[in-house]
Ligand binder design. Sequence first.
Ligand code: PMP
Length: 364
Amino acid sequence: PAPEYVQAIAPYQAGKPIEELAREFGLDPASIVKLASNENPLGMSPKARDAAVAALADAARYPDSNGYYLKQALAQKYGVPVEWLILGNGSNDVLEIAADAFLAPGVSAVYSQYAFTVYRLATQASGARHIVVPAREYGHDLDAMAAAIADDTRLVFIANPNNPTGTFAPGEAVERALQAIHDAHGTRVVVVLDEAYNEYLPPELRFDSVALVRRFPNLLVSRTLSKAYGLAGLRVGFGIAQPAIIDMLNRVRQPFNVGVPAQAAAIAALADHEFLARSYELNRRGLQQLSEGVAALGLTYVPSYGNFVLVHVGDAPRVNLELLKRGVIVRPVAGDGLPEWLRVSVGLPEENARFLAALREVLG
Ligand code: PMP
């Protein structure tokens, strides 16, 4: 039998395949709009796709365990030595690797109420104790999180921007919390700063988290190519930290955790600045379209800095079911403690419009 702490895990609720939903609701699969997983509605950069396809020729061999070329590209982009980088099978993998390396029964992890589900899952799978800090206006209360650290705490998870709420903590607030944590606990507590949605931030809000990695030896910044870079299905994420942390992470990761086509696509995606700019711009307009659209229906929403919007609909199970009948898939977040809300990913303009029209119909 699995340990009790594993048996106690509430499993991650993944959506059904589109074809399955289409059958269930008697819909044409091609007509279904999926705005449920914070994916890039543009797909991936054609250059990344071409690179992935070309790399299939080498995929009978194991991938490069150290991701030499991808790390070179990342080292250049972020101005750090390759020893400061770890690759993950999505950034989810980086988060789990951090939990594997630093958590165990008898220690604790701190994270915010309404944060990314994987913090809870990874903490629980490691047998560690959870310290869940109440949210402030749906976002992280970073000062309270720093203050909540206990003697047995080894990890703090911060999502910025956060999922599922889309909130953002400015650079000064993050820096203040990091300073407080480092002053009080030194390198005994590792902070994971999960910046999966970083590329969607407007330029005036972006701050240099890599500079913070240089200042704080207990900081691990996590990034992904699943969102703005459009590689969600290929699974590429990475972490940036000082070598002492990276060394510990490398001890517990799978040796071949990022596949051959994924590494090749990631290198091409990082170089396709034009695609990234298009993704950013499409998302900026889509956020505006969705936010204005739900506000016009009289609904409350949390202003978002990601590629999704959290919308208060009241009877979320009913609204979700009615949206499904109309071929629109969004994400219920009851499992995250938000039973009256739905999370809607930004799609193409016409997809956002389909969602808004269906929602208007459902709400009468
Ligand atoms: N962090 C946050 C905050 C996320 O929302 C997600 C994706 N839902 C991830 C990490 C993990 O994404 P991936 O594994 O695809 O990089």
